[in-house]
Ligand binder design. Structure first.
Ligand SMILES: *[C@@H]1O[C@H](CO)[C@@H](O)[C@H](O)[C@H]1NC(C)=O
Ligand SMILES: *[C@@H]1O[C@H](CO)[C@@H](O)[C@H](O)[C@H]1NC(C)=O
Ligand SMILES: *[C@@H]1O[C@H](CO)[C@@H](O)[C@H](O)[C@H]1NC(C)=O
Ligand SMILES: *[C@@H]1O[C@H](CO)[C@@H](O)[C@H](O)[C@H]1NC(C)=O
Ligand SMILES: *[C@@H]1O[C@H](CO)[C@@H](O)[C@H](O)[C@H]1NC(C)=O
Ligand SMILES: *[C@@H]1O[C@H](CO)[C@@H](O)[C@H](O)[C@H]1NC(C)=O
Ligand SMILES: *[C@@H]1O[C@H](CO)[C@@H](O)[C@H](O)[C@H]1NC(C)=O
Length: 244
């Protein structure tokens, strides 16, 4: 049920002479700290100083300090039912293990701050997310609660409909590649030039515990769900339950 997830599209216009390396920092600089969270009140609350809270602290501390995992996907569980806590962490496929751990630490603080005493919560940044629950959260595709976001790193595209079409073609190619990934990583990223020398960057990723088919299906839904035509004047579009 892990959120399969993370579709990012970014685009730049009228900067054809800059190198790609110059583009990306500009993009991130324009979105200082992108973060999102989701609470799952239906799973209930734990009380302070409960066994559940102790187990949660253990799980999150293990998850965010594991220096052996270098492929960006973490899963940990601790305790006995009904106080058993399971957590997963996922970093974007291009994240170095060190910054991955820093991001996971921040994300676990964010989830707990945003969803105080919730048994199930998630929090994430651009580069990673953490989710924990009293349920087992590995391998099963959840209800359509994938997170999906996109942004533009420049002006609104001159032809948003055409832009969307180009972006979706890119993401479809990436979906096939990501879904074919192994049990450690299901990630694909690429860029292509669109209209008027715009470069379109795409990244798609599933948690690697999902099967090939479930990853592929979820990404299809996510891609179909990209708002059409894309790109608000503010330059950021959020779909689903994301928040800034
Ligand atoms: C864009 O794609 C080209 C060719 O596929 C690749 O060499 C380049 O590194 C990519 N640029 C970025 C910023 O991803
Ligand atoms: C739990 O503890 C935190 C910090 O110590 C406090 O802010 C919060 O109000 C407490 N929550 C409950 C439900 O007592
Ligand atoms: C993550 O946490 C560190 C240390 O608390 C802080 O310096 C950094 O700004 C945080 N990063 C984000 C993206 O919040
Ligand atoms: C998680 O906790 C909630 C609230 O206490 C409970 O209703 C639910 O059955 C629990 N789930 C599992 C898998 O134990
Ligand atoms: C795909 O997800 C469904 C839940 O939506 C789950 O029942 C099924 O076992 C998963 N399939 C595979 C092959 O993992
Ligand atoms: C989850 O963690 C366990 C124990 O570390 C490991 O054996 C298992 O392969 C992991 N599962 C996935 C899907 O990564
Ligand atoms: C996108 O998701 C929302 C909420 O789940 C749904 O109402 C809408 O129909 C979806 N749009 C597309 C194009 O699938």
């Amino acid at each position: 049920m892990p959120i399969v997830f993370l579709v990012l599209i970014s685009f730049l216009s009228h900067l054809p002479i800059l190198t790609a390396q110059t583009h990306l920092p500009i993009l991130t600089a324009q979105i200082p700290i992108f973060h999102y969270n989701s609470c799952f009140p239906e799973e209930g609350k734990y009380t302070n100083s409960s066994t559940y809270q102790t187990n949660l602290n253990i799980v999150l501390s293990d998850l965010t300090s594991n220096a052996e995992i270098d492929y960006g996907f973490y899963n940990m569980s601790w305790g006995q039912n009904p106080d058993r806590v399971s957590a997963i962490g996922l970093c974007r496929g291009d994240t170095e293990p060190n910054s991955c751990r820093t991001c996971l630490k921040n994300a676990s603080v964010l989830a707990q701050d945003a969803c105080p005493n919730q048994m199930e919560a998630m929090g994430g940044y651009d580069e990673c997310f953490v989710r924990y629950s009293n349920r087992s959260i590995l391998g099963v595709l959840d209800k359509p609660d994938f997170w999906l976001y996109s942004w533009t790193g420049g002006n609104k595209p001159a032809d948003p409909v055409k832009y969307n079409q180009e972006a979706k073609e890119l993401l479809e190619d990436l979906r096939v590649k990501a879904a074919a990934g192994d049990s450690l990583r299901k990630y694909a990223a690429a860029n292509k030039s669109g209209l008027q020398s715009q470069t379109i960057y795409g990244t798609v990723q599933c948690t690697p515990d999902l099967s090939h088919q479930n990853c592929s299906e979820c990404l299809s839904r996510a891609i179909a769900n990209i708002s059409n035509p894309c790109c608000s004047d503010k330059g950021i579009i959020l779909n689903q339950e994301t928040s800034l």
